[in-house]
Design a protein around this ligand. Sequence first.
Ligand code: SF4
Ligand code: SF4
Length: 88
Amino acid sequence: MAKLDHDPIVVLNETWCKRCGLCIAVCPFHVFEPNEEGLPLLVKLDKCTECQLCELICPDFALEVGPLKHVGKVKGEGFIPLTTASKS
Ligand code: SF4
Ligand code: SF4
């Protein structure tokens, strides 16, 4: 798999996210883990290939993946970039 020429960005709307866990389950590279509330946490962002499976499977359109310039244009208020975080 070719390495990306930029850092992937995942943005999430926490209000829209219903904590169903589908994005966490579908990611082939285990980029996410749930936090204690069930929200997706980025734990292995360096493994993300921007395949967009997580974005496509989200029933609530709460997630988007791509370069920051792109997602900033597509998504609006309420979407915040997920940061790499520990599970605590
Ligand atoms: S874009 Fe693909 S690799 Fe990246 S977090 Fe989503 S499902 Fe995982
Ligand atoms: S698939 Fe969408 S609604 Fe479900 S946990 Fe992921 S971001 Fe939230």
